[in-house]
Ligand binder design. Structure first.
Ligand code: FDA
Length: 378
């Protein structure tokens, strides 16, 4: 074995694939019973509808190198992501755009009129000097839009009133003064034609790659555990950085998600893939209806049933899946201390969202793995 990769998410698989293609023998350890990290998907058994097990994953990128690379393993559908939100029983398009504004104010503003109105309403606070998230939100888009679309949704995400959250949680709130409600601004987007798991499996499908599932790097009873390999063979580690150092600098904080899945006896529950719920009286943040991610599979998917998943957000406890870094000032200090410790680890390369304590989109995880390979490991 020339390289050990801990974790089979997009970061680890990209490293493994590049190393294998250049003739190295790679072993990938994966704690879960399946490859793919959080991008893993599987078919719901009774309907055959593809479900993204760890939250909805939409691929998008403007990075030509990444786009060329991912197309070696999968084709992409022409799916274009759009999100809607329900506020006080009315559905509005997101991100906030001219359609949202005109529907909300029951008006027919031109782009300039809408821009002037929002600027006037945002004048209540200076967003740059905001003392908390609420002031910043109002300073960016004005109180009416903030209270309708941001305040309660953010409170549900953070289990904390926005007036008690630091202003840095949001740096900007994009408002589009057109009717464009494409969710992503990237050059390319789409969903893998045969699903995420087929894509991930093709990346790992090489005679030089051995994947060991249900195998934890820290389990001393398996032969490739931390003490046995570090210093003996180069390691790319994509698990949580604090766990690697036994929480020596303290545990990093994360938000997690709970998913409540239901099969319904209706053809179409909500008419779209993602519906946010902006108000405080609905406990979940959004509902995904997975058949809408693949309209091209209409022939194959059932006509009388659908699968929905309600998503709830909360602070992670020990044992929960870490999803989004909380990034408190204490977390930021700890990350710096862990980075220092990481520099002292001989031939161990920390990467991916858990290994660097960063939210990374898939194209970012793949792009940073390609950089690590090209600049350092190759
Ligand atoms: P990832 O977490 O995928 O993989 C790490 C792997 O390491 C896991 O499989 C884990 O089990 C394994 N591991 C950890 N510790 C280990 C140990 N001790 N031993 C062995 N294995 C170990 N991105 C995007 O582009 N579009 C989107 O729509 C979304 N949507 C989205 C929704 C939600 C809810 C989340 C949380 C994230 C997204 N993402 C996303 C981001 C996407 O999930 C992310 O880019 C990838 O998961 C990053 O891949 P990594 O390999 O870095 O981590």
């Amino acid at each position: 074995m020339d390289l050990l990769v801990v974790g089979s998410g997009f970061f680890g698989l990209t490293i493994a694939e590049r190393a294998a293609a250049s003739g190295r023998k790679v072993t990938v350890l994966e704690r879960r019973h399946h490859i793919g990290g959080n991008a893993y998907s599987e078919d719901e058994v009774s309907t055959g509808i593809e479900i993204h097990r760890y939250g909805a994953h939409l691929f998008h990128t403007s990075n030509a190198t990444v786009w060329e690379y991912v197309n070696r393993f999968t084709a992409f559908t022409s799916y274009v992501h759009r999100v809607y939100t329900t506020h006080r029983g009315v559905v509005f398009p997101l991100p906030i755009n001219l359609g949202t504004i005109n529907q909300f104010f029951q008006a027919a503003y031109t782009p300039d009129e809408a821009r002037a109105l929002v600027a006037e309403q945002a004048g209540e606070f200076d967003a740059r000097a905001a003392a908390n998230l609420e002031e910043r939100g109002i300073g960016l888009i004005g109180r009416p839009l903030y209270e309708a679309f941001i305040r309660d949704y953010t409170a549900k995400q953070w289990q904390t009133a926005p007036a008690e959250l630091p202003a840095e949680v949001i740096s900007r709130l994009p408002v589009r003064y057109t009717y464009d409600n494409r969710y992503f601004n990237d050059t390319w987007e789409g969903l893998p034609v045969d699903g995420y798991t087929a894509w991930l499996e093709r990346m790992a499908d090489h005679p030089n790659i051995e994947v060991k599932l249900s195998t934890d790097f820290f389990d001393a009873s398996q032969p490739l555990h931390k003490q046995a390999v570090v210093g003996q063979v180069p390691v790319v580690y994509t698990g949580p950085v604090d766990r690697y150092f036994d929480d020596a600098e303290g545990a990093l904080s994360w938000r997690t998600l709970d998913f409540e899945q239901e099969v319904l006896e209706v053809a179409d529950f909500q008419g779209t893939s993602v519906m946010n719920y902006a108000d405080a009286d609905v406990p979940y943040t959004r509902i995904h209806e997975f058949k809408h991610f693949h309209p091209e599979r209409a022939d194959r998917y059932p006509k009388d049933r659908t699968v929905i998943v309600r998503e709830f957000s909360r602070f992670a406890e020990p044992g929960d899946e870490p999803y989004y870094p909380v990034n408190t000032p204490a977390d930021r200090e700890r990350v710096l201390a862990y980075r220092e410790l990481a520099r002292g680890e001989k031939d161990v390369h920390f990467g991916g969202r858990l290994g660097t304590y960063q939210y990374l989109d898939m194209h970012m995880a793949i792009g940073s793995a390609l950089s690590l390979w090209n600049n350092t490991l190759a």
